[in-house]
Each structure stands twice: as structure tokens, then as C-alpha cells.
Ligand binder design. Structure first.
Ligand SMILES: CC(C)(COP(=O)(O)OP(=O)(O)OC[C@H]1O[C@@H](n2cnc3c(N)ncnc32)[C@H](O)[C@@H]1OP(=O)(O)O)[C@@H](O)C(=O)NCCC(=O)NCCS
Length: 162
């Protein structure tokens, strides 16, 4: 028996083509629905990716369909994960892992010293992925996310690269 076909990870051309921005926004909406967070619009994603500090990686299946993406920024020696989303129909196949490994490798090439991110304290799946890649907790932002009518804390996590 063979496993799922591996994804390939690439950074798309900038500015982001409209159809790709739309499919990333739709994917983020599907991915974020279950965790109750607002996904960004295609225009917001394209604007963030087009900033000089913006970095975008997309993971595609063998059929070239987008399975997930990671939007980040590299600025002044610090990298930040702004959004990470994997299509709910293609989870637990190491797509997030591959996206993060690519970001980490490119961050090292750009002499980024540390990567940081905020994640909802209730988001066990994402925390599991980040832990697997040796991110660790460095703080808490109380009541950071609005989810439904309530608020939940964010964990601030870091991975040092040097
Ligand atoms: C978090 C997310 C990106 C993970 O994507 P993924 O491609 O399924 O993750 P991977 O296959 O790379 O997972 C690697 C490891 O993370 C952990 N993990 C992933 N999903 C998990 C889950 N639902 N429960 C527990 N651990 C989980 C496991 O250790 C997993 O390894 P394993 O499958 O061998 O057990 C995906 O669930 C998602 O898009 N969630 C909604 C959006 C989100 O939370 N983004 C992060 C915001 S900070």
C-alpha cells in the first residue's frame, strides 16, 4: 500500500495572481472555520504577501491543487508566522510540517535569528505541529482572540535559529 502523494512547496510569483489569492482565501476560510477565527480576504492576503517583508509558501498536491499555505514576514532578524492553513480534507499528511520546514530553511538563509507566532491556547493541532518543530512557549497574551462571543488567550511561541 502506498501513502498519500507528497506535496511540493513553492513561493508563488509576486504580486499574487488574483485566482491564486482567491483560492488561498477560500482555503483559509475552510481551515479556520473549525477554530472560530476570521480568515482574511483575497485582497488582504495579497497585500500582506506583497509587502517587502512578506513571505508566502504554498503546498500543492500532484494535481497542482493547493493543499495549504504559510504566510509570514521576515523583518530585522525576526520571522513571524502570520497564517498557516491546511485544507481540512488533507490533514495529518505533514503538509503543515513541510511548509514550516521550508520557512525555517529560508529563514536560516536570510539570517533570521528567531521565529515567533501566536496561537490560540485551545488549538491543540497547531500547538502539536509547532512543538514537533521545536517551538516553545515564551508567553501568553490574555484574551487575545475573539471567538464567537468569548475571548481566549494566545500562546506566544518561539523557535530560535541561532
Ligand atoms: C494546524 C494545521 C495547520 C496542521 O496541518 P496538518 O498538515 O494537518 O499538520 P501535519 O500533518 O504537518 O501535522 C504534524 C503533526 O502535528 C500534530 N497534529 C496535527 N494535527 C493534529 C491534531 N488534529 N491533533 C493533534 N495533533 C495534531 C501531530 O503531532 C502531527 O503528527 P502526526 O500526524 O504524525 O501525529 C491544520 O490542522 C489547520 O489548518 N488548522 C486550522 C488552522 C490553524 O489552526 N492554523 C494555525 C494558526 S496559528
Amino acid at each position: 500500500m502506498t501513502g498519500p502523494a507528497p506535496v511540493s512547496v513553492r513561493s508563488p510569483a509576486s504580486p499574487l495572481p488574483d485566482d491564486l489569492a482567491a483560492s488561498l482565501a477560500a482555503l483559509q476560510a475552510r481551515a479556520y472555520a473549525a477554530i472560530g477565527l476570521r480568515a482574511w480576504s483575497a485582497a488582504e492576503l495579497a497585500a500582506l504577501a506583497a509587502m517587502p517583508t512578506g513571505r508566502l509558501w504554498i503546498a500543492e498536491g500532484g494535481d497542482r491543487a493547493v493543499r495549504g499555505f504559510l504566510l509570514g514576514s521576515f523583518v530585522a532578524g525576526e520571522g513571524e508566522i502570520l497564517a498557516l492553513a491546511v485544507d481540512p480534507a488533507h490533514r495529518r499528511r505533514k503538509t503543515a510540517h513541510r511548509l514550516l520546514e521550508t520557512m525555517i530553511a529560508e529563514a536560516r538563509l536570510e539570517t533570521v535569528e528567531r521565529l515567533i507566532l501566536e496561537v490560540a491556547s485551545t488549538n491543540g493541532a497547531a500547538i502539536g505541529v509547532y512543538r514537533m518543530l521545536n517551538f516553545h512557549d515564551i508567553g501568553t497574551r490574555p484574551n487575545y482572540y475573539r471567538i464567537g462571543t468569548g475571548r481566549i488567550d494566545a500562546r506566544l511561541m518561539e523557535k530560535r535559529l541561532i
